[in-house]
Design a protein around this ligand. Sequence first.
Ligand code: ADP
Ligand code: MG
Length: 247
Amino acid sequence: MAILTIKDLDFSYHSPQGETKALTDINLTVNEGEFISIVGPSGCGKSTLLSIIAGLTPVAEGLSMNNATIGYMLQRDHLFEWRTIYDNVILGLEIRKLMTEENISRVKTLLGRYGLDTFADKRPSELSGGMRQRAALIRTLALNPDILLLDEPFSALDYQTRLKVSNDIGRIIKEEKKTALLVTHDLSEAISMGNRVVVLSERPGTIRKIINIDFPKSASDKELTPLERRNSPEFQEYFHELWRCFS
Ligand code: ADP
Ligand code: MG
């Protein structure tokens, strides 16, 4: 079922210096539970597209979303050092006055399920980069959004950490059955996490290609994790197919 439909979307920024056409002729239907990776050259309008979907950049037409709620996760984790991890992950609930028993219990379950319950009373600086990113995701999940928007959420991490964190985050999003749109400039990451990779052109960004990613299931009939995908023979083929879009 479609959770998000983008139809003939155009977008320009206007300033006293003139008009910057950022996106043109974007058409994309996202189904519930899908994980869409979005890649494209720097400045082609990827962040603009997420901001439009989030409703932070309003558009008159071209976007429809059956009442889906949005969670947004950015490159920096934006955890506050003066709050404990627990107080950080409930921040969104506090601000929106949604501290219901159900929501608090969801946060506690998520902290436990993803290995942060024993760190609930720690400060962000006492956690590794990967744990901080997991905490940031749980803070986003606390509001139980239907769609998660992730704008280069791993780019501040070193390569090793990034592999592990993207694996964890990918798994969590799958387990929580969320729909996700991930912007990344890392082609391997896009393939390892997405079930479709959307390739945008230079600005004004338009969709050049959509690659369907379909890995065989594991021996135990489970979907492969991002790390398992990277180690499977199909990975290189997808990588070459995607690479060809940029050369
Ligand atoms: P990406 O995330 O793909 O790097 P962005 O969506 O951030 O690209 O930006 C797309 C284009 O729009 C860029 O040329 C950028 O300079 C321009 N742009 C972004 N934000 C604004 C703004 N608030 N006002 C004017 N131009 C902007
Ligand atoms: Mg960007």
